[in-house]
Design a protein around this ligand. Sequence first.
Ligand SMILES: [Zn+2]
Ligand SMILES: [Zn+2]
Ligand SMILES: [Zn+2]
Ligand SMILES: [Zn+2]
Ligand SMILES: [Zn+2]
Ligand SMILES: [Zn+2]
Ligand SMILES: [Zn+2]
Ligand SMILES: [Zn+2]
Length: 287
Amino acid sequence: MGRGKQTCQGKQHFSHPHILKPIVNPTETLTCNVCEQPNITSNFYGCNTCQYYLHENCLNAPRFLDHPSHSSHHVTLLPVPTYSNRSFTCKACGSAGTGCSFSCACCDFDIHMQCALLPQTVVLPQQHHHELELIFESPYDDEADENTVFVCDVCHDNADLNNWLYYCADCDFGTHLECAISKSVRQQEPKKLPVNKPRANRVIIRKTEEESIKIQETNQKEEEEDEEEDGGSMNEVKKMKHFSHSHAVELSEVQETEEILCSGCEDKLCGTAYKCTKRNCEFTLHI
Ligand SMILES: [Zn+2]
Ligand SMILES: [Zn+2]
Ligand SMILES: [Zn+2]
Ligand SMILES: [Zn+2]
Ligand SMILES: [Zn+2]
Ligand SMILES: [Zn+2]
Ligand SMILES: [Zn+2]
Ligand SMILES: [Zn+2]
């Protein structure tokens, strides 16, 4: 079959600087760098040089979500946690994560990507005769919480009411997320959440120019001397290059009171954001 038009099957992902190619019949079990799960059912893409692999579904996950558990802000897909210990605690399932997360930097809100894409309802025909609903808060009054120990109705272990549950309010039947998903008949087809597309894109990103964020400490002097931030811890200020902007940017704290809009999605910024280090350049971006 030498004559067919060759199509490049490689894909680019913002979390990795190299083209990711389909992995056919891997000889060993690979772990997805986004969801930290192995490659059992889904197609895998990867960079063999760097041992960097992703599920096809994870590769195609949206950059922004409006998630019902966090209605005040959109949540942003981060390739790695931005906390200094390089890990986050998932608000949904309560366990730690070191891979991709959907995060709101304003609120220190972080959830695993796979937790963000959990179905809103599940059916466990062996365990319960009603549909279970995904709930984000304790089903009980605040006052009751302190003395209430909630027991998962599938595994009979305690469940932390600060985390999400699958729950039937009529019967007070509730389960851990993973207990429901492992028994669910809809396991193979998790519902995708509606994607909240950024309204206007002032940052034009063409496919061929997509590049991951290259973090590089620059010791070079800028043409103009940059004003140092007063009060900021100097050691933590790292200049880096962002694929969507020609000047160096740095992570910087935006106060609630400042009216600064994201140059990408035009939503109001607060918390940590990328800011251009050039004087008079207004470029700022959600992380
Ligand atoms: Zn994955
Ligand atoms: Zn690579
Ligand atoms: Zn989680
Ligand atoms: Zn938030
Ligand atoms: Zn359980
Ligand atoms: Zn029920
Ligand atoms: Zn700039
Ligand atoms: Zn934004």
